[in-house]
Design a protein around this ligand. Sequence first.
Ligand code: ADE
Length: 261
Amino acid sequence: MQFEVFTLLPEVFPSYLETSIIKRARERGLIRVDVHNIRDYTHDKHHTTDDTPYGGGGGMVMKPEPVFEAVETVLGLASPFDETQDTPPTRPTTASNIPVILLTPQGRVFNQSIAEELSRYPRIALICGRYEGVDERIREHLVTDEISIGDYVLTGGELPALILIDAIARLLPDVLGDPTGAEDDSHAMGLLEYPHYTRPPEFRGVKVPEVLLSGDHAKIEKWRREQALLRTFNKRPDMLEKTELSKADLKFVESLKSTDI
Ligand code: ADE
């Protein structure tokens, strides 16, 4: 899978992309991340990428020209503007099979199912907003999707872009070392994950639950499922509402409702 990142701060990316699982995935050719400096697509002496907002007010706005030129050049897209028409058309989302995603606090809020949806594309483009915002024509005529990583405002879309890359990359075949991959993740199965333990069996007087040392796989599976349900019940009851539960799960959840935990 190929990620095309458009940013004014390309120097933010290498340290993360050259570390651990993402580094290995790149080296093994499972993902490719190309970071493009929007400033390289300016043509004036000062390489201007932002300007003051029409109508006044504070802050600066990212100019449309370099962003359009960068994305169109890299993705090989034709301009959506037909100079002979008065009104420019909105770029149809099917114009190419490459989602062009603007990272912005105004977007739909990123979650595991959006990560799964995006992991099915062979190539996606991520535009990192900066300053007070981007010229609205970028939003209307270039991007096909807007994504926020949460209801708070960052100084730019660079960290959100890295978060998307990380969450999507680990879903791709062979990226994670474990062959069961991301199947058991919190959120992937609609529940928070059960607790994990490793050696030693006793640490500062706190013992690993007996069942995990029992070697009885059916019992361990049942314990893990119930722990996942218990955690989700306590920490994220909203997730339980949206998850498909078996009869045994429902019975267990009912028992939690009648117990003080
Ligand atoms: N840019 C600034 N804040 C952001 C957020 N919460 N998500 C995505 N992009 C952003």
